[in-house]
Design a protein around this ligand. Sequence first.
Ligand SMILES: NC(=O)c1ccc[n+]([C@@H]2O[C@H](COP(=O)([O-])OP(=O)(O)OC[C@H]3O[C@@H](n4cnc5c(N)ncnc54)[C@H](OP(=O)(O)O)[C@@H]3O)[C@@H](O)[C@H]2O)c1
Length: 241
Amino acid sequence: MSLEGKIAIVTGASSGIGHSFSKKLIENGAKVYGLARNNKKLQAIHDDLGDSFIAVQMDVTRHSDIENWVKNEFNEDKTPHILINNAGLGLFGNVEDISLNDWHTMVNTNLNGVYYLTRQIVPLMKNYDGHTHIVNIASVAGLIGNPQISGYNATKFAVRGFSEALFKELRYDGIKVTCMYPGSIATSFFDNADGVDTHSNMMQPDDVADTLVHILKTPDNFLINEIMLRPLNPKNPDESV
Ligand SMILES: NC(=O)c1ccc[n+]([C@@H]2O[C@H](COP(=O)([O-])OP(=O)(O)OC[C@H]3O[C@@H](n4cnc5c(N)ncnc54)[C@H](OP(=O)(O)O)[C@@H]3O)[C@@H](O)[C@H]2O)c1
């Protein structure tokens, strides 16, 4: 799909890869509705990217807020062509130490948030006379389990299953569904990652965003339904000696 003049929704647009996705989509001619809770950060991104970035203060865990916003903003004559379900977070610890609150926050954000927005946008996309695209940002943690990240693993494995089912359910409606599994990216994601191994040679958000643009621009009858991205050397070679 050409991105020129297209309408995109990006959740988690206030930082990290959501910020980079918004920037690259706009550079390629799209208009982006950027959703996140921190309005100050969203406004700063609007100041940087201009009026093609529409800041929308939204908590993706609030279904009725999402439903009202979609009903007020979009209709049969104004359909989002692209939905990037990116908002998410990881709260880590041994299984007996993860608080109920942290577990529910991950499930509500990483899984329920994806479902809440998708279920509102799909009817609009089904009515659209052309191709549209949903991209769900899972993680390598949606494919591989590891100690201390069981809750995060559970939500991202779920995003994988949701995406696989949607891909098969929506393909005949001209709706592409892609699930992306990135490894470590240099964002604020790891700021609260006590006890989880991090390193200083992560992927860069803009490089991940270039891959997103490539996936979106593929020809209409060509779908990249799953893609895994990894840093080649997860440790700076200078540090490994
Ligand atoms: N960084 C990595 O290594 C990595 C690897 C694989 C996958 N991922 C995935 O990539 C996605 C983006 O993460 P990132 O690395 O860019 O981290 P980040 O810089 O911490 O960004 C996370 C974004 O999610 C938003 N968010 C969190 N809870 C939200 C909620 N309830 N409602 C709306 N927005 C919410 C945050 O905005 P507000 O705080 O303003 O709401 C922020 O914009 C996540 O799904 C993450 O699981 C990251």
